[in-house]
Design a protein around this ligand. Sequence first.
Ligand code: GDP
Length: 298
Amino acid sequence: MFDTLSDRLTSVLTNLRGKGRLSEADIDATAREIRIALLEADVALPVVRGFIKGVKERAKGSEVSQALNPAQQVVKIVNEELVTILGGETRRLELAKNPPTVIMLAGLQGAGKTTLAGKLAKWLSGQGHTPMLVACDLQRPNAVNQLQVVGERAGVPVFAPEPGNGVGDPVQVSRDGIEEAKRAQHDMVIVDTAGRLGVDEEMMKQAADIRDAVTPDEILFVLDAMVGQDAVATAEAFRDGVGFSGVVLTKLDGDARGGAALSVREVTGQPIMFASSGEKLEDFDVFHPDRMANRILG
Ligand code: GDP
């Protein structure tokens, strides 16, 4: 992901090399090309506008005129502005004062929630936590089973409704799951919820009801970075319908343009906390804005 964006930005910035001083016209031309590169990568327009404004102001300010190597200074400015739109600092999970810490996952069907539940559980186990998974996606026929498989691979127990009890009530399952986690003294609970292929009111209501039942310490909005421009609208719908405290980008191993996902922090105001980049449980990491910016700038 981001290969095209990365190539474009790198070539724009390489063009500045060798210039002793940068004129305003040089900076304007560079800013124009960066703007095109960002827009072509699907970065949302308001985010692009803010980004370009920041780069221009700083590049035309004293920062560059006093610099020994203006081109390097511009690269530094672009890098720092990228880090800013990606959220600046890495945000850690909020832990509950009284365990268990409850993490609820929300997002569209296919975004990668169930897979992420396993990845997060495995990662948390590696950090010394004792997570439990709760299967509240009772919409998709195979979802409970899929979570059980993922839990087994991650070596983490899964709380799920008894088979044969009909569709069941996901809100009740979420409550029972938290009770079970308390009883068995798990210090973290990850609640998987149902998604639909598109945003719909019933799904939002169900997620909001589960939220009210389990009062999560974190609600992670799981976003498929491959979906392109729809990502921003989907994120806004979840922000308004359920609310969330952090974002997880999935499928960063894909070859889509990905810029819409890069806009999610600026558009929703919530930080990108984790990144998923493959189908294996190990393809997962904390999201570091600075590392992502460095990767994009090659
Ligand atoms: P859910 O409907 O939100 O629970 O999504 P799933 O966890 O079932 O994931 C949907 C599909 O995406 C599955 O085939 C996963 O194997 C795949 N998937 C999930 N995360 C990633 C990822 O980071 N990269 C890739 N390439 N595939 C992923």
